[in-house]
Design a protein around this ligand. Structure first.
Ligand code: G3D
Ligand code: MG
Length: 180
């Protein structure tokens, strides 16, 4: 892992999931307004840096976020390479985005260049919009699927902020374990 100073670690993580599920909104909500974000135009991605504490460690998140979809093959590798983890997002109001979760997860794990599967937090976003009905993805479905995939599960609303802090804190804890 890259050590910036005696106590500070740089962790690259990626946001993945279908278009319009709320990846950029979640990132903005977590970082607050006024964060710095560098746009990598050649890749169609940007990344933001954010300093925080996880446990007793000083962490600098480098959060990568794709500007558009779909991702081209040659972009995939530089996007995923050397990540420490990922936030995989689906939209509870659009079942198709839930059905694509496994594809995103496999892409990520296959291209991360890590021997061991990096930690992932699966996020059910837009819970403020969830309604009863077949098109909506329920909590139980999300939980069960995350268990099957072996990833952590959380529900969020980038709109109200519910669960957002938790999601990144959980990922941080998992990465600490992963790297120790
Ligand atoms: P993406 O980065 O995954 O493509 P965005 O998704 O963050 O751009 O979000 C897509 C749209 O969904 C945006 O609406 C955004 O405001 C909305 N959105 C994201 N998260 C939530 C949420 O939790 N609740 C609600 N109600 N809306 C959300 P617009 O209209 O700006 O395109
Ligand atoms: Mg986006």
């Amino acid at each position: 892992m890259i050590k910036i100073s005696a106590e500070k670690f740089l962790w690259k993580i990626v946001l993945v999931g279908d278009g319009a599920v709320g990846k950029t909104s979640l990132r903005k909500r977590y970082l607050g307004e006024g964060f710095d974000s560098d746009y990598l135009s050649t890749m169609g991605a940007d990344f933001a840096l954010y300093d925080t504490e996880i446990g007793d460690k000083q962490i600098r998140w480098q959060i990568w976020d794709l500007a558009g979809q779909p991702m081209f093959k040659d972009v995939v590798q530089s996007y995923y390479t050397k990540i420490f983890g990922g936030v995989l997002v689906y939209d509870v109001t659009r079942r198709q985005t839930f059905e694509n979760v496994e594809k995103w997860l496999n892409d990520l794990w296959e291209n991360s260049g890590r021997d061991k599967k990096v930690p992932i937090v699966l996020i059910a976003n837009k819970i403020d919009l969830r309604e009863e009905g077949a098109e909506s993805v329920s909590s139980d479905e999300g939980k069960a699927f995350a268990e099957k995939l072996g990833v952590f599960f959380l529900e969020t609303s980038a709109k109200t902020g519910e669960g957002v802090e938790n999601a990144f804190a959980q990922l941080g804890k998992d990465i600490l374990q992963y790297t120790s």
